[in-house]
Design a protein around this ligand. Structure first.
Ligand code: NDP
Length: 288
């Protein structure tokens, strides 16, 4: 007999999650503000609750996947959470997650927060590598890990309920930095007779090849506090190359606005006398 699950929120993500639990044979009770979105799932075997309160009452394990933290408050506000295991897959920030954990504790529920590192087509497709970060109650996580692992991988990152959101946002922030660089690269070649689809594999392979050593080297530097170990491209050399980047952008009629702030931090770090480092020192300059 598979662990029964209650799921509140049948948007793109909630619906994908629901299908994996049904397919794996978990009894599933669902509720959605707009009832029409539950119809297809009812045909696939889900119980459809009349209200959020009834859905919460149906099973000890209550998973929510709503738009944002405000909608979680709105939906769960009128329900009895005493004795429930609440797993919040709604994206939030660390402070919201910590406040929601306290809010759940006051209502007698165990609480686990999550940050989903996947898009709906990756849900229920293990080869796609999607997973969620979880933080908060370790007991809840350990008790329900098998159920939580049905839609996607599970990575527990600590008792602090804010950590799942923090890891999630940290990874996505790195992704946006990558998108910024990729956007600039395509802008540079755009006015020429260069096929972007021929350029793409060169760019993608380069980004992947650079990411691995850069990320691990940075972590080693932060841990040791010595930013000069095993440096292959020192800051002095890299800053000397900045005019090449800015000159090329100008020649191609491309705004340097995505890259300029990073170059400015590199220059400041060099001006403080750290030419033998790589780029790790930029992180020190970001601390407020
Ligand atoms: P959708 O916009 O598809 O669905 C939003 C859901 O929230 C719907 O079920 C909607 O109900 C419900 N909702 C919104 N406001 C309220 C409210 N005030 N009261 C009750 N219900 C409400 O979003 P997704 O399913 O894509 O995303 C859900 C969560 O998953 C978000 O936090 C998102 O950040 C996260 N996520 C999504 C990813 C994605 O690629 N889609 C990737 C990673 C995380 P109704 O049907 O009635 O409108």
């Amino acid at each position: 007999e598979k662990n029964p699950v209650t799921l509140l929120g049948l948007g793109a993500m909630g619906t994908a999650l629901a299908r994996t639990w049904l397919a794996a044979g978990h009894p599933l009770t669902v509720w959605n503000r707009t009832p029409a979105r539950a119809e297809a799932l009812a045909a696939e075997g889900a119980e459809v609750a009349d209200s959020a309160a009834a859905a919460v009452a149906a099973n000890p394990l209550v998973v929510v996947c709503l738009l944002d933290d405000a909608s979680v408050e709105e939906v769960l506000g009128g329900t009895d959470l005493a004795g429930r295991d609440l797993v919040n897959l709604t994206t939030s920030n660390p402070a919201q997650a910590r406040a929601r954990a306290e809010w759940a504790r006051e209502r007698g529920a165990r609480y686990l927060d999550a940050g989903i590192m996947a898009v709906p087509p990756m849900i229920g497709v293990p080869e796609a590598g999607g997973y969620a970060f979880y933080s908060g109650s370790r007991e809840l996580f350990e008790q329900h890990q098998e159920t939580l692992a049905v839609p996607m991988g599970t990575t527990y990152v600590g008792e602090d309920a804010g950590f799942a959101a923090l890891y999630d946002v940290a990874l996505l922030s790195a992704m946006y930095g990558m998108f910024a660089g990729v956007s600039h690269a395509f802008a540079l070649i755009r006015k020429e007779d260069i096929d972007p689809t021929a350029f793409a594999p060169l760019l993608a392979d380069w980004v992947v090849a650079m990411a691995q050593p850069a990320v691990h080297q940075t972590a080693d530097h932060l841990r040791s506090g010595d930013y000069t170990t095993n440096v292959v491209s020192n800051l002095a050399m890299q800053v000397a190359g900045v005019p090449t980047f800015l000159g090329t952008a100008e020649q191609q009629g491309v705004s340097p606005e995505l890259l300029a702030p990073f170059f400015e931090l590199m220059r400041r770090r060099l001006a403080e006398g750290n030419g033998e480092e790589d780029l790790t020192g930029v992180i020190d300059l970001l601390a407020r």
